[in-house]
Design a protein around this ligand. Structure first.
Ligand SMILES: C[S@@+](CC[C@H](N)C(=O)[O-])C[C@H]1O[C@@H](n2cnc3c(N)ncnc32)[C@H](O)[C@@H]1O
Length: 192
């Protein structure tokens, strides 16, 4: 599992460079900001890239603003793009979190998260999640998406799927069999 985060960062870079020039990017649920810092050292060039989370980490790679997790502290359509990397399944109410992310986003929502289609898939995700997050004190809430049920939530907010990758090759070695539980997607606002 050791290359998981660098692999995710690489996929994310492809998804975001594919959007073309964007001026502002919100990192929703940035953690310690490592993922955003990796993006900003590549050809991803943005003028404004704030990061928010609900939990303060001891050391951060970028400034991370802490908020209450209920309503993002930004006006409607403040950002060209919002990214949420392995965040939504940690939210108590992923649909509500998605709606609020959509509210502050003008054009694109970029998601890296999980999807499952069977009891075995759900159990595997629960185990990987515990192993990956407990050491950082991040609660696992097991709010994984069955199939692509979050598409419907974003459709109600006026976004459609522009691009999706599933399975997403995040793991190496034996764990790569679980990559079907990983996906990356770009959603684009269609009602403007
Ligand atoms: C697995 S970490 C991912 C961090 C980062 N995106 C990355 O890829 O390194 C999940 C993060 O989601 C944050 N989180 C949980 N609920 C949230 C909410 N309602 N709003 C924003 N962040 C939240 C957690 O505090 C945690 O930092």
């Amino acid at each position: 599992m050791s290359n998981y985060r660098p692999n995710v960062a690489r996929h994310l870079k492809h998804l975001i460079t594919d959007l073309g020039p964007i001026d502002s990017l919100l990192d929703f649920g940035a953690g310690n900001g490592w993922m955003l810092s990796q993006l900003l050292t590549t050809d991803v060039r943005v003028n404004r890239a704030p990061a928010v989370d609900v939990q303060k980490r001891p050391q951060c790679h970028v400034p991370v603003r802490i908020y209450d997790g209920k309503r993002l502290p930004f006006d409607d359509r403040s950002f060209d793009a919002t990214m949420a990397v392995d965040v939504l399944h940690h939210c108590p109410d992923p649909a509500a979190a998605l709606r609020d992310a959509a509210r502050v986003t003008r054009r694109f929502i970029v998601i890296k998260d999980h999807t499952y289609r069977s009891v075995a898939g759900f159990a595997t995700l629960s185990l990987l999640d515990e192993i990956g997050n407990r050491k950082f004190g991040i609660p696992s809430r097991y709010q994984y998406q069955r199939d692509f049920s979050w598409d419907a939530v974003l459709a109600e907010e006026g976004f459609h799927v522009r691009h999706r990758v599933n399975p997403l090759p995040c793991h190496e070695g034996v764990l790569s069999v679980t990559d079907r539980l990983q996906y990356g997607a770009v959603y684009e606002r269609s009602n403007d």
